[in-house]
Design a protein around this ligand. Structure first.
Ligand code: NAP
Length: 519
């Protein structure tokens, strides 16, 4: 069993009791009491007697990333709890740094039997990592603990390997945003524990996930060694709503999977190195990836280099946003799709209650010529629509039109100032205009085109849900649809590609609407 441990800085007994109660209430089955700045052994003894869940007592020195200025001898005296913890119902683990054992001959013998021997490196991966583990194992504690600042997401794989090859109970965690997955997947790899923070943004080390997120968002209770791993790859990534949507969807259909944010630095080499290490490490059970900025083009390039199956329209668009990892006879087989283009088409056809075939010949204005504009143009041109691309930088619109013109439908470019004269039946905003926080902007500007009750205005911006553009269009009597619909549909297609289950679209929509309601 892997403990879910909340680390608590003890400032005074009343505060510690409150925090312990809150941690237990939130689902922690262990607490770490950090007594770096609290040295009253009598009060500590009383506190330990009240505990109903196992605990760790730690007095971390400043030279190992803690707050204690005590000398080694003073700390060891404090941690020698034998004089009072005999009355505690649950004997606590004592955490002691490997370095302290090196510095103080005979220190090991002075301490409790239930010892966690730890090393921490806040700068990066420690040198001689494997030697350190051997040294910790030989030092004779009950648990080895090794924690370091992730240099990149690939360091997590080394933490998992340490857990896979452990000789005794082990904690192996990477700190920082890139290390988040080691904290959640500690349970998959049967670590002794993982740490969680009592509050979001709190905690005792960089990158600690709140206990609420650990339990609710990442579904701690459902994680097990067979859990399949999914994630969204990008940089930055912590703002992504995809983990909330996909984890809830997995829960809804009882799919044994967990979906995590995966920070991969920009650049093809970073992406490739990430893929090679994550795909190559079979025990991870990596089964699917969403790919976002700045890696969609890198994903396509990587899959093509690997000779993987790539959906033809994803290749035309030049971007893959979904990778499916199947294992055939233990060997990984990768596929790439672009779920955005289908999401754009389905959002339009569902809102208008038409088939994709009925898009043929429809006049569509695509505003914007960036990544989303390109996806919309490719998808609509493939369906035989007549597309006019409007973009602030006209040359980009010209290039896009030239590239996709004649791929079934006609594609032309026009100056953005001419948008107000457009007689299109469908308008799609793919610019960031109107997006939070600049919500008073609209892709129509001050002079909107002539809209009729049959005109569809589709804003791909989803935050806020009701953009100024949509309000203008509704006031003019047009049919409207917002970016949430596209977001949910692209996620649903990913979900179906990975799991083979129909996606619980309503649940997914509610998750994003709830989240956006709180933004
Ligand atoms: P992108 O590649 O950076 O393209 C941005 C586009 O917006 C370009 O055409 C750019 O014109 C235009 N633009 C930016 N600021 C402008 C301004 N002040 N005035 C006029 N045009 C401006 O971005 P992207 O990846 O396509 O994303 C664009 C938007 O799509 C996002 O903001 C997001 O809201 C939305 N989106 C929605 C979903 C969904 O699932 N609903 C998914 C992806 C994206 P220039 O060429 O002149 O720079």
């Amino acid at each position: 069993m892997t403990h879910l441990c909340v680390a608590i800085f003890v400032r005074d007994v009343a505060q510690a009791k409150r925090d312990i109660a809150a941690a237990a209430e939130a689902g922690a089955d262990m607490v770490e009491l950090r007594i770096d700045q609290f040295h009253d052994v009598v009060e500590l003894g009383t506190l330990l007697q009240t505990l109903t869940i196992p605990s760790i007592v730690t007095c971390r020195p400043t030279w190992e990333g803690g707050e204690s200025d005590l000398s080694d001898e003073e700390r060891l005296r404090l941690l020698d709890l034998s004089n009072f913890f005999t009355t505690a119902r649950l004997v606590p683990y004592i955490d002691i740094e490997l370095e302290t054992l090196r510095r103080v001959p005979g220190a090991r013998e002075k301490l409790a039997r239930s010892l966690i021997i730890s090393t921490h490196d806040f700068q990066g991966r420690p040198e001689r990592l494997n030697n350190l583990i051997v040294e910790m194992t030989d030092a004779g504690g009950s648990v080895n603990k090794i924690v370091w600042m992730a240099r990149s997401i690939r360091d997590n794989v080394e933490a998992f390997e340490i857990l896979e090859n452990r000789q005794k109970s082990t904690i192996a965690l990477c700190m920082g945003e890139a290390g988040l997955i080691s904290r959640v997947l500690a349970k998959k790899f049967s670590a002794f524990l993982t740490f969680a923070a009592l509050e979001a943004g709190g905690g005792t080390a960089p990158g600690q996930v709140s206990i609420h997120d650990m339990k609710r968002l990442y579904r701690w209770d459902a994680l097990n060694p067979k859990t399949k791993v999914y994630g969204v790859v990008g940089s930055p990534i912590m703002h992504s709503m995809s983990p909330a949507i996909h984890n809830r969807a997995f829960e809804t259909v009882c799919h044994d999977g967990v979906y995590l944010p995966m920070l991969v630095q920009p650049g093809y080499e970073s992406f490739k190195a990430f893929m090679e290490s994550f795909i190559g490490f079979a025990p991870l059970d990596l089964s699917g990836l969403s790919v976002t900025i700045p890696h969609k083009e890198n994903a396509l390039r990587y899959l093509k280099e690997k000779g993987a199956d790539v959906e033809p329209l994803a290749e035309q668009i030049g971007a893959v946003n979904t990778i499916i990892v199947d294992r055939v006879d233990g060997q990984p087989r990768l596929r790439g799709i672009n779920s955005d283009y289908a999401a754009i088409l389905d959002t339009i056809t569902t809102t208008l209650s038409i088939t994709r075939e009925q898009l043929e010949g429809k006049r569509v204005a695509v505003i914007g010529a960036g990544g989303t504009g390109r996806t919309a143009v490719a998808a609509l041109a493939a369906q035989g629509a007549t597309v006019v691309v409007y973009n602030r930088t006209k040359e980009r619109a010209d290039e896009l039109a030239k590239e996709f013109d004649g791929r079934s439908g006609k594609v032309v470019a026009a100056r953005i100032e001419k948008l107000c004269d457009s007689c299109c039946e469908i308008f799609i905003n793919t610019t960031s205009l109107g997006m939070h926080p600049k919500t008073d902007a609209s892709a129509f500007g001050d002079r909107q085109p002539n809209l009729t009750p049959e005109t569809l205005v589709f804003d791909t911006v989803y935050n806020p849900m009701q953009t100024k553009l949509l309000k203008q269009a509704r006031a003019a009597g047009a049919i409207t649809v917002g970016g949430v619909e596209m977001f949910v549909r692209q996620a649903a297609r990913q979900f179906e590609a990975w799991t083979g289950h129909p996606a619980p679209v309503d649940v997914m929509r509610r998750v994003i609407e709830d989240k956006l309601g709180k933004v």
